[in-house]
Design a protein around this ligand. Structure first.
Ligand SMILES: [Zn+2]
Length: 116
C-alpha cells in the first residue's frame, strides 16, 4: 500500500505557521512536499526512527519497503498536527491500527503521555 498524498490540508496549516513567523515570502513558494517531509522527519527523529509498536528500525524499513517509516495520526484526524497526536510506525503496523481504531487510539494516547 502506498502512502497517500493525504496531506493537502497539512500544507495549509504549515504555510499559515510560516506566515506568522514572518519568514521571507520566497520561502512560501517551497514545494509543499518539502514542508511535509521536514515536518514528518521531526517526528521520526523524536521517535528515534523506530516503529513505536514493533520496534522496526527505519534502516530495515527502507530495505523492506523502499520508504521511510510512516507517521500515524493517533486520533485519525489528518488535520491534527499536534506532535502528541503523531507517532512513528512501520508500514504493517500503520495498516494494523486502521482496524479496531478506538482501542488503538486509547493505547497510543496513554503511550504518548510519556513524552510530556
Ligand atoms: Zn511496526
Amino acid at each position: 500500500m502506498r502512502e497517500q498524498p493525504e496531506n493537502l490540508s497539512e500544507y495549509y496549516v504549515l504555510d499559515g505557521m510560516n506566515r506568522e513567523d514572518k519568514k521571507p515570502p520566497y520561502q512560501a513558494s517551497y514545494p509543499s512536499e518539502f514542508m511535509d517531509f521536514a515536518f514528518k522527519d521531526t517526528i521520526r527523529r523524536r521517535d528515534s526512527r523506530i516503529c513505536q509498536l514493533c520496534g522496526t528500525k527505519q534502516s530495515e524499513h527502507k530495505v523492506l519497503y523502499r520508504k521511510k517509516l510512516s507517521i500515524h495520526h493517533i486520533d485519525y484526524d489528518k488535520d491534527n498536527l499536534d506532535e502528541n497526536n503523531l507517532i512513528t510506525l512501520c508500514q504493517p503496523c500503520n495498516c494494523k491500527v486502521n482496524f479496531d481504531r478506538r482501542n488503538w487510539r486509547h493505547y497510543f494516547e496513554i503511550k504518548q503521555r510519556g513524552y510530556k
